[in-house]
Design a protein around this ligand. Structure first.
Ligand code: URA
Length: 264
């Protein structure tokens, strides 16, 4: 591919065609998918054998560790947040990285008592390289400001630290696939260990799926649970609150529960 027609340009061209209604790929020449392929020759042993001598049999490369295992090894070597960010930046096993403009690692005060985990960057976050800076992020900031906390807070008790399950934007803001979540989970676990918050707030179903292994935010929200030795509060995602204002009452109750727990 020429530099003028790189991955992003190819992706944009493909998306344009999909918008025009293209729903299948047609090649220049027809392919007979019903064609019966000729049977491979029977193996002959002994004289006239057609079995390759052992020296000619290609060596099968060892099965590569799964991406999650590689992520686990890389994450385990990170002793601080800078190292973790660098490790994630060079982790090439997640396809989302190719389509993203930036790695979205985290924002806020790493010594905060509260760590907020969202789903994945959207368009604004991808452009700025920071989590929760679009419309949902502005609401998130207002919600925590209402209980005296901010990502700019200078003390553990008035600050929040914000990250996402996925550090790269999924195309068209689709939900991250279970394999993508599993692959990046070791980094998230290490992230939690390094920040070592008192309380984790899970924003929406994807964060619950990643950290708690289950979904069902409408039932789960508002109830304290435990994960990785931390107190965890599942909440409606701020994007859900923007879509359905009636959910804001529940979100307010959850914020008050967080505030009370931190004071207690
Ligand atoms: N939604 C998320 O879950 N995370 C972001 O960073 C932005 C929107």
């Amino acid at each position: 591919m020429t530099p003028e027609f790189d991955y992003m340009a190819a992706k944009a061209a493909l998306e344009w065609q999909i918008e025009l209604g293209v729903d299948e790929c047609i090649s220049e020449t027809p392919i007979n998918r019903y064609e019966v392929k000729p049977q491979s020759k029977k193996l002959k042993f002994g004289a006239g054998s057609n079995i390759a001598p052992v020296s000619e049999i290609p060596v099968i490369p060892p099965v590569e560790d799964s991406a999650a295992e590689i992520a686990g090894i890389m994450a385990g070597k990170c002793d601080d947040l800078n190292a973790l960010r660098d490790a994630m930046a060079v982790f090439d096993h997640c396809a989302l990285k190719k389509g993203a403009k930036n790695l979205v690692f985290a924002d806020g005060n790493p010594s905060a008592r509260v760590m907020i985990i969202g789903e994945a960057p959207g368009r604004d976050e991808d452009a700025q390289g920071l989590p929760f800076v679009g419309a949902a992020g502005q609401l998130l900031d207002k919600m925590f400001a209402a209980i005296g906390m901010a990502r700019t807070g200078d003390k553990p008790e008035n600050a929040v630290y914000i990250t996402n399950v996925m550090p790269w934007r999924p195309p068209q803001n689709r939900d991250p696939e279970p394999e993508e979540i599993a692959m990046m989970l070791p980094f998230l676990k290490r992230h939690i260990e390094l920040v070592n918050p008192d309380v984790i707030v899970l924003m929406g179903n994807t964060a619950c799926q990643a950290v708690l292994g289950r979904k069902g935010i409408t039932r789960m929200r508002g109830t304290w649970v435990e994960a990785y030795g931390k107190l965890v509060m599942p909440m409606f995602h701020p994007a859900a609150l923007l879509r359905d204002g009636l959910k804001k009452r529940d979100a307010w109750a959850d914020l008050l529960a967080i505030q009370a727990r931190l004071k207690g």
